[in-house]
Design a protein around this ligand. Sequence first.
Ligand SMILES: C[S@@+](CC[C@H](N)C(=O)[O-])C[C@H]1O[C@@H](n2cnc3c(N)ncnc32)[C@H](O)[C@@H]1O
Length: 1024
Amino acid sequence: MPAFIETQFPIARLSAESYKERKAGASQTLTGLGKWWGRKPLILVRASILGMLMPASSDPKRDREIFLKILTMDDDGTVQRWKSNERYTLTELLELASLDERNRYHELLAERERLFNKLNEVTEELKRLPKSNIEAIATATAAMNDAVGQADRARKALLAYFNALQINVFNRLPYAERLRFCERPENSDGPTEQAWEEINAHLDTTASNLAELIEQLGQRSYGHTPRVGDCFCGGGSIPFEAARIGCEAFGSDLNPVAGLLTWASLNLLGGGKKVQDEVRGVQEEVFAAADKQITEWGIEHNEQGERAEAFLYCVEVKPEGCDYYIPLAPSWLVAEKYRIVATWKKLPDSVHLQPEVLAVSESELKLYKGNKDATVVDSRILDPFDATRSWSVEALRGPEGLRRWSNDDVVPRPGDVFLERLYCIRWAKTVMHNGKPKLVRRYAAPEAADLAREAKVLELLHERFADWQSEGFIPSKAIISGDNTEQPIRERGWTHWHHLFTPRQLLMHGVLMKLGGQISMSLNAKAYSLLTIGYITDNSSKLCGWNPHHSKGPGNTRNVFSNQALNTLFNYGTKSLQEISFRIISLSTNRQRFTGESNIIISDARDLHAKCDIWITDPPYADAINYHEIGDFFLAWYNKQLARAFPEWTPDARAELAVRGEGEDFRRSMVEIYKNLAQHMPDNGMQMVMFTHQNPAVWADLGMILWAAGLKATAAWTISTETEAAGIKKGSYVQGTVCLVLRKRLGDEPGFLDEVYPLVEDEVKSQIASMQALDEGGEPNFNDADYQLAAYAAALKVLTRYGNIDGRDVEYELFALRAANEKSDFQAVIERALRIACDYLVPQGLDRLWRDLSLVERYYMRSLDVESRGERRKGMYEELARGFGVTDIRPLLQSDKANGTRMVTPSDLGSTHLASLEGAAQNQTMQMPRRGRAASGAPHPFALSPLRHLLFAVRETTEADDNPEPGRQYLRDTFGQGYWNQRDRFIGLLEWFARLGNSSGMEEWHKDAQAARVLSGRLRNDEA
Ligand SMILES: C[S@@+](CC[C@H](N)C(=O)[O-])C[C@H]1O[C@@H](n2cnc3c(N)ncnc32)[C@H](O)[C@@H]1O
């Protein structure tokens, strides 16, 4: 029996939920634990596991309803998740209600008023009656009681209508918009009692919560609680969510930093309140002890009773021919909100400039926001006192590059090209103001006493440096040069990870590491201490730029990993301990205690021995994130302490084993890994491989890898995980995560090409038909890319059933040596399958005409159709081109922007790419299918196509201000007698173009669409 996910998946709703989760930023459940790159949305993981465990029945519609209920993603579920403070006010509600609804509301309101008035009257009358008139009083009292009942019923009716109207109006919103006002499913209480009744009735279960449902479904399929594993667990989304909903969770990763994050997600977040309170208590103790130490040293306090919140540093250089050091920064703005900037002046007896930190006027501030006095612009250093002088940063590094720092360098040496200096301190002090404590801030350039404190910091660090390195309180690891790690080495000469920190940061972080190790007794507390350091280092290093923006109040540091690189900076901020401790990591995003078993290990995915019923993986696939390099930023700090806390983990990123990139090595490791996973799951086990890539074409390669690993594809779905809600339908999203569902291929049944194609055709048709059926009515679930992908997956579904095709082994084919552009027969099969898929999706209104269009013409029409529905991603147009075998699409694209691709209109084309028709095509029907590739020097196949000539006729009509004569004449001249055979088809195509003008976002077509309408009318009335 197929699983739900093998028949359908609520793509549109899941995309909206995933997007909402992503947009939650810091309040996402796991991100607070620490930085990892490429985390998968938890809701997607939850839906995937449920989709694999829930069987599909013969009633797909009901399956869908039930599936959505379990996730609280049905209409009742969204109402349940609707935040109470986001309900409509009466005015808003009546504005959004229909006329009938408004009228009904006013009717009920009037009725309530009437009955309350009546009640008042009856009450007054009763009061007026003399007490002696017992009979009259009894009658009036009865009337009053009656009036009370009526008024109360009217009040309740009005209230009930108001509440029902709230829900009706809310449910009329598109799903993605409703979510703006809702809690995320993970933060809701789950399905209601009534929903559970429906769920249980459909699934024949007796669950009253998610964990019970998972248990019962798992028992049914596997005879035990389902075990879900991820061998590339990264930040832990998959094991965490699996455990949260009641599965047994297994996670492993090559990188111990990932291991720590995943372990912490399960054991700290999943440890419930008790564990969280314990580790938070330890953290507070550590900070208090560190605060005491820093205060004793006197390195953050000054003589005026102020405490520093932040220190701003910059690099300075003395280029050849310049007799002073130039402090470097692309902007000297310090705090926009308080109009604070730094300026520099020359001193008579010094080669170093003197900073001045001051508040400027509003107009001056504007200039600083426009980078006034910036000394680094476009990788050139500018002389602040002579605008005609500048030096290239690259040239300053010299032909030999910079001096490489040695381990014990913690500041530049005199004579180094780049020196470092402090230029601003943000001080704060609490004073009493009107009887209340008030924090007063001050920004100042460093004075002699401050510089003395800097010197003391250096001295304190030197005294401890060797000990602390050997204890592992500060990093001692060398930076291994790689794609990302080369940058700090080349740009600053930094060779060790601790070079990426100021002495102040090393001292402060070192104190916290030391105290964390001493005070944390339990494994939970030790792990949390390490994560705290990870969090702090991401927020306080020489790679943390200073953000003076208004929204940041007094200014704040940027994270090191606001992107996936190790970018060196010319100016940067350092937080004081005081500031850091305000922002320590929070664990409150999950209070639920996980009761199931979980296991996290550090291992190369090739070496795993753990068995899971379901593997969900998100491999490092062509995504250009060098986990093994950038993860070392954290590992350099954790290193020795991590080895003590988790002795069984290898505290090394083992870069040589990391799966990365593309090419043969990558494919080999992936086949090995997925073979291993297939061996470690039961015969009825399932897998999902998730991958996010802008170009859907890359997944053909992945399909081959998984096929060669002994797996067969059973479905594929794309969830847009990183998009604007409004963009989901309009296609303006950036990335989709493809979720490929797989099972073990049992047996090695041989396949034969001539059998495969008809099967592919049938599978494609049935897959698309079932999706179209789900799309009927209501909000569409699928967009063009989904259909395309599903068709492609359908092809893979057929192919991967077989162990070999025409006697050829898949693995052999995958690794056979080939010339750069040579395709394997298997790739050709996949592409042919894709073509079948593409061809099956005929744009609405073109069914009758489709068969007679050439491939390149079909490509143009299909692409236009896709464009008219808002799809703008270039990858989609390229994918279609692959499907239709069009190898050169440039002449057909008006724009080839990554997220702004458009097809040419008749007017854009003008008279370009127009070649005379070949003899045969002139008289009879249009050309037979031709590929869109021009032989060298030959015109593009589109230029020779009848469709191209028809577009030219449209353009002639547009040019002639909608006079159809020149266009008609052109067609008659071009096609000769053939014109009469083709006239009906021309009319059909023209009418289709005419309709294009009505689609939103197709403004470029307005004129040509109108011309097409006029021309079609003229052709219809044409006579020989
Ligand atoms: C795309 S990330 C996974 C992200 C994860 N799904 C999440 O939600 O955070 C891929 C992971 O594969 C890991 N990795 C790379 N090569 C590996 C190997 N040979 N064995 C195990 N893990 C590996 C990387 O360290 C990285 O954490």
